[in-house]
Design a protein around this ligand. Sequence first.
Ligand code: HEM
Length: 215
Amino acid sequence: MATCILGLLEHPEVLKKAQVQLDSVVKPGHLPDLDDEPSLPYITAIMKEALRWREVTPFGVPHALSTDDEYKGYHIPAGTIVIANQWAMLHDENVYTDPFEFNPDRFINPETGKIDYSRARDPGHACFGFGRRICPGRFMALESLWLSIASLIATFDIEKAKTKVTLPSGEEVERTVELTHEYDAALVACLFKPRSEEKAELIRASVSQGQDSLH
Ligand code: HEM
């Protein structure tokens, strides 16, 4: 979710495009649900791009060989720890054009407007691991992520938080609130604003429904 929010902050046009698609599909007064998924390919594309762009586990989960093996002529003895470089697979420019760009449209066929993995491979080929130990929670993860992203975009405008700063000259300027980090200057404070009073009511109703279901 954090990656997705960062991508949307960097690309307000993606947020707007997703809101237009949501508004044309989801009935007024309702939040999106999984039945809407086939009609909302752009939300699916945003989710897949977030899972690719800043993948959750760049080096997967290390595994150890229980028996000797051979891979492309390399002998790998039993006990060797093998790390799958998911980051490289999901940023391979032969598979994903401009791999460091957050671009959900890479998964959308421009003619049909539908999801099309023939132009950019489904990140599911790497982001959940591989083989026998592939993530068993991936179906739940994809559905809950999709619902969270769709509901967030349907109800909120998201923008970088701004603050007023007074320069030594006395001039007041507006600045983006960035919490710089030793290794990464990408920590940005953001504001979530309900898109309308109707959406604010929808958010309140859904929060109180969630609280009721906890009791
Ligand atoms: C976006 C969300 C998620 C991502 C990216 C993710 C990714 C992964 C990855 C890369 C592995 C290692 C697979 C391997 O060894 O090759 C893994 C393992 C695992 N995941 Fe997930 N996961 C996610 C969500 C979940 C959820 C929601 C659950 C449970 C409800 C879950 C349960 C597990 C379990 C139990 C394993 C260990 C499987 C084993 O070693 O046999 N994961 N996950």
